[in-house]
Design a protein around this ligand. Structure first.
Ligand SMILES: [Zn+2]
Length: 169
């Protein structure tokens, strides 16, 4: 959602072309330009030693009642790797070690006008039994071939898991 008022002086913003470049919200009173940048979400494809993958049943929208990879938004004082480990622990109770970058996806949801960048790491579980948490109704392991594609909340997660199933071993 575009901001309506200037964060610096409170005047109503106007949307107009800036420096012959893009259309952006601009404050006509003080000249403040609003740059809208996508938020960054980070998550994991966390594998147990038997090859099963950790998923969470989402308690919040978007995707309430659907499954997803453990993932969430970066805090201002975190590295992407820290976000990945923290979100997994918060949502599932499982501590993971990261094995490497799995992929980066840009997403854009026209109806909600929300967009963002998703970074996923390959990871393996080192400690903890999956349990529901504040924003998950359930957390459990799935065999890669039993993951319910039609019950996944996000196309990005579906794509990442499809690539995981088809990866060269
Ligand atoms: Zn202003």
């Amino acid at each position: 959602m575009d901001p309506q008022y200037c964060a610096r002086c409170g005047h109503a913003l106007q949307v107009r072309e800036v420096r012959n470049d893009r259309v952006r919200p601009v404050c006509p009173a003080c000249g403040y330009i609003v740059y809208l940048n996508p938020p960054i979400a980070v998550g994991v494809i966390a594998e147990r030693s038997d090859g099963e993958i950790l998923l969470v049943l989402r308690a919040e929208n978007p995707g309430r009642g659907l499954w997803g990879l453990p993932a969430g938004f970066m805090e201002i004082d975190e590295t992407a790797e820290e976000t990945a480990r923290r979100e997994c622990l918060e949502e599932t109770g499982v501590t993971v070690e990261l094995d490497g970058l799995w992929g980066v996806w840009s997403y854009y949801h026209e109806p909600k006008q929300s967009s963002g960048v998703l970074i996923l790491y390959a990871a393996h579980a080192v400690e903890g039994t999956p349990r529901a948490a504040s924003d998950s109704l359930e957390a459990r392991y799935f065999r890669p071939d039993e993951i319910p594609d039609n019950l996944l909340a996000f196309a990005t997660h579906r794509e990442a898991l499809a690539r995981w199933r088809n990866r060269p071993k």
